[in-house]
Design a binder for this molecule. Structure first.
Ligand SMILES: *Cc1c(COP(=O)(O)O)cnc(C)c1O
Length: 366
């Protein structure tokens, strides 16, 4: 990898070894192992493809691509506001929910400020916090769940931002309503809490908090995504909900045309595609049960997940197992970048995909 130019900011130069490594693309694996059929269960994408209503909307929009997109995302915000029973001034839209995480850092964190994250969790929090020059306070998981009491204890007068993934990626575990409320109680005034709900649509648990209902009472920014349940990862669009003053801070630091026209129109259409969302949820529920059972029968530990993926312990040979799966045309995520050696993360796919994964895994670990 090329070294970072010496003229880069201090915080940027310190990033040299900290790059995000995405899941392997299907085409690369096909070429490398000369395979005609490869399935990707590595990036928590929707195996059903994009919402058909979104695709139909995209076809119409292509004729308008000479026009700049709506800088205010007004149509999408109005639709979301109605759906979520909030005001449009309580919503911001981003180029993926990833962008909203970065905007939160840009809006609220000065170099040297503290940002509290769990470890391991979604890698973008620590990477982008480092890039912004923040001091990253890492709080270990407890039995592969967020340890909110410990994270709360780490919050100091220097803390500006806390990231909470709920559900968490890569564990698939979640923070309960009680745990979150306990955490928010009496937080120091300068702290903003980002609750990342990229997998919100998959959660059925009764004690999962409806965090959007807190935004008027607590300094919480709830981020959501069209990448997972709506199947629009390739378009890059996400949104967040918070009190208007927090939203105003995010709006102040974003680029005027951060969300492209295709993404806006597709997202509006996807919100109306209830049938697609239901099919997706059903597929995940069925796949989660099937994989849980099969993996248990193989004697493997599976972390209880409320999301569209499973974290599976394969032991010391996990990395080789992931390689062996790759040669059989099954891409899963090897977890050493998260310091979860011994684990792989597998996205729940269609039933034929799930069966193929189990078949390949039996060959590999058997
Ligand atoms: C996938 C994912 C995101 C990214 O969502 P985009 O909207 O595609 O940027 C955010 N947070 C977590 C925890 C994720 O797993």
């Amino acid at each position: 990898m090329t070294t970072i130019d010496t003229r880069a900011r201090q915080a940027v130069k310190a990033m040299a070894t900290l790059t995000y490594k995405p899941g392997k693309p299907i085409k690369d694996v096909q070429r490398r192992y000369k395979l005609s059929s490869v399935i990707k269960l590595a990036s928590n994408e929707n195996a059903l493809g994009p919402s058909p209503k979104a695709v139909a909307a995209l076809r119409k929009t292509t004729g308008q691509l000479h026009r700049y997109p709506d800088a205010a995302c007004a149509e999408l915000k109005a639709k979301l506001a109605k759906r979520l029973k909030v005001n449009a001034s309580q919503i911001a839209v981003g180029n993926g929910s990833d962008e909203l995480l970065v905007l939160a850092l840009r809006a609220f964190v000065e170099p040297g400020d503290e940002v509290v994250v769990a470890e391991p969790t979604f890698l973008i929090y620590a990477l982008q916090a480092r890039a912004s020059g923040a001091k990253v306070m890492r709080v270990p998981l407890n039995n592969l769940r967020y340890d909110l009491p410990l994270m709360r204890a780490v919050v100091s007068k220097h803390t500006k931002l806390v990231f909470i993934a709920n559900p968490d990626n890569p564990t698939g575990s979640y923070v309960t309503k009680r745990e979150l409320e306990e955490f928010l109680r009496g937080l120091p005034e300068q702290v903003v809490v980002v609750v990342d709900e990229a997998y919100y649509e998959f959660v059925d648990a009764k004690d999962y908090p409806q965090t959007v209902s807190y935004v008027n009472r607590a300094p919480v920014i709830v981020t959501r995504s069209f990448s997972k349940a709506y199947g629009l990862a390739g378009l890059r669009i996400g949104y967040c909900i918070a009190r208007p003053s927090l939203i105003a801070a995010l709006e102040a630091v974003r680029e005027p045309f951060n969300v492209n026209r295709l993404a806006q129109d597709a997202a509006v259409a996807a919100l109306d595609d209830r049938a697609f969302l239901e099919r997706t949820r059903r597929m995940i529920r069925q796949g989660r049960a099937y994989l849980g059972l099969e993996l248990a029968q193989l004697g493997l530990r599976v972390v209880p997940s409320v999301a569209n993926f499973l974290l599976v312990e394969l032991g010391p040979k996990a990395s080789q197992a992931a390689q062996a799966l790759l040669r059989r045309g099954v891409i899963v995520r090897e977890m050493s970048a998260w310091k979860l050696d011994g684990f792989v993360r597998v996205t729940i796919g269609t039933m034929p995909e799930n069966r193929r994964f189990i078949q390949a895994l039996k060959e590999v670990v058997g």
